[in-house]
Design a protein around this ligand. Structure first.
Ligand code: MF3
Ligand code: CO
Length: 266
């Protein structure tokens, strides 16, 4: 069942999405080599609760943390741990909140120092592909148009591996609603996009091959070939003429530019 949101509900979802953006920007300001991902996760919990919201990932199907922090070959669902971040790590931080009953869920990939041109291009192209997908979030398109646009830019144009096992999704009073939004697929197929539908679009793109596996912890998804993976996610409302991006990368990008420990991607 696909739920289209009313104008009032969309504003509540914007507030949720922007609380995630704000949380990511505060975390970005403080990212540096030597910090443990567990301490980042604890800060995330504090920021979310200070804003009167609930971290939605905690206990979701038994997930044991407040965020997913996925480093280097970890694609998504990385467990925060006592391991310290180091120079040149590629760190995707994915956060979900429930504010006033509505979910926000989005992610950004940071780099601690210059990881070299190949990895920088992967990160830039993954972020670009998110916007190529978002361009299709209008009522004259179908889900397959989003999928095709992302796959076209990453796999066909740059030869990257597009993860098949994990997909974007509808978002609302639940973290995962219909429809599923794969990052690969055919133009003109799949459900029609409706006015007021809110989607979490999230390309997960590997520098090497597309194959992934899940660690023995039951969550951590890694690339099979050990290559680095990038992940960007936005919460987007489908509209007749132009998609409405509910989340906001601007505060995150500002924090990234102002933090000398972070390599600025664009
Ligand atoms: N952004 C991810 C998703 O939409 C985060 C889910 S992590 C979980 O699936 F822990 F909540 F499962
Ligand atoms: Co998501």
């Amino acid at each position: 069942m696909m739920y289209c949101k009313t104008a009032e509900q969309i504003e509540k979802m914007r507030a949720s999405a922007q609380l995630v953006s704000r949380t990511l920007s505060l975390i970005a300001a403080d990212l540096r080599p030597g910090i443990t991902t567990r301490s980042i996760d604890q800060q995330i919990n504090t920021i979310i609760r200070d804003h009167g919201a609930i971290p939605s990932f905690l206990n979701y199907h038994g997930y044991p943390f407040h965020s997913c922090i996925s480093v280097n070959d970890v694609v998504v669902h990385g467990f925060p741990s006592d391991k310290e971040l180091k120079e040149r790590d590629v760190v995707s931080i994915d956060i979900g909140v429930i504010l006033d009953g509505w979910h926000g869920d989005h992610a950004y990939t940071f780099v601690l120092g210059d990881p070299g041109p190949a990895i920088l291009q992967l990160i830039r192209v993954t972020k670009e592909s998110l916007y190529k997908g978002i361009e299709k979030c209008t009522t004259n398109h179908r889900v397959g148009d989003i999928s095709f646009a992302i796959q076209e830019h990453t796999e066909r144009k740059h030869g990257y591996g597009v993860v098949r096992e994990l997909v974007g999704h509808g978002l609302g009073t639940s973290l995962h609603e219909d429809p599923q939004v794969p990052n690969y697929g055919k133009r003109g197929v799949g459900p029609k996009l409706k006015d007021g539908l809110v989607l979490a679009i999230e390309p997960m793109i590997n520098l090497g091959k597309k194959e992934v596996f899940t660690d023995s912890d039951g969550w951590t998804v890694r690339t099979k070939d050990g290559s680095v993976s990038a992940h960007f996610e936005h919460d987007v409302c489908v509209r007749p003429d132009q998609a409405d991006i509910l989340s906001d990368y601007r505060p995150i990008e500002a924090a990234e530019r102002n933090n000398p420990n972070l390599f600025t991607i664009d």
